[in-house]
Design a protein around this ligand. Structure first.
Ligand SMILES: [Zn+2]
Length: 161
């Protein structure tokens, strides 16, 4: 028997001014689009901005539904839209922001982590994830793997003896 510890790495910034211009602009675009979130039930508005390697940016917001499970998280709306419009483009960065004030950022749900991981694995290049909630600190992960260790991937299904 052996107990093992897994470390993950992320960077914390106190203020958006510490970020490079591209990351700061992505966050600002996502925050400006918070107004388009449709969250009449939770009142928890979330917005996402996706930066692709073809210089395109795609936005998404959470979309709720009276039949609760029929809604979808902002980052999944954004990445599905991005990959539907630009299927061959690589995803470089995913920004996820909320209108909710908190000292630390809210992080994506398990389902969204799995969706982001699918694209990271298929493009074979890490996707950066940037999180911010209101005036919270900003967390930057350099790979979805840091948010979803031991992720399930297609190789697990396709493995043959
Ligand atoms: Zn989610």
């Amino acid at each position: 028997m052996k107990e093992t510890t897994l470390n993950i790495k992320f960077t914390e910034y106190d203020h958006i001014n510490e970020l490079n211009v591209n990351d700061a602009q992505l966050i600002q675009s996502a925050e400006e689009n918070l107004k388009n979130a449709y969250a009449p039930y939770s009142l928890f508005k979330v917005s996402s901005a996706i930066q692709l390697n073809n210089a395109k940016m795609v936005l998404g917001t959470n979309q709720e539904n009276a039949a609760y499970p029929s809604g979808l998280c902002a980052e999944r709306v954004a990445i599905f839209s991005a990959k539907s419009t630009y299927p061959t483009a690589n995803v470089e960065t995913v920004v996820i922001v909320t209108a909710q004030e908190n000292s630390t950022p809210f992080s994506p749900c398990g389902g969204c982590r799995q969706v982001l991981m699918e694209y990271e694995l298929t493009q074979k290049k890490p996707i950066r994830v940037i999180l911010k909630s209101g005036n919270s600190k900003i967390w930057i992960f350099n790979s979805v793997k840091d948010l979803l260790p031991f992720a399930f991937d297609a190789d697990d299904i396709l493995k043959k003896e």
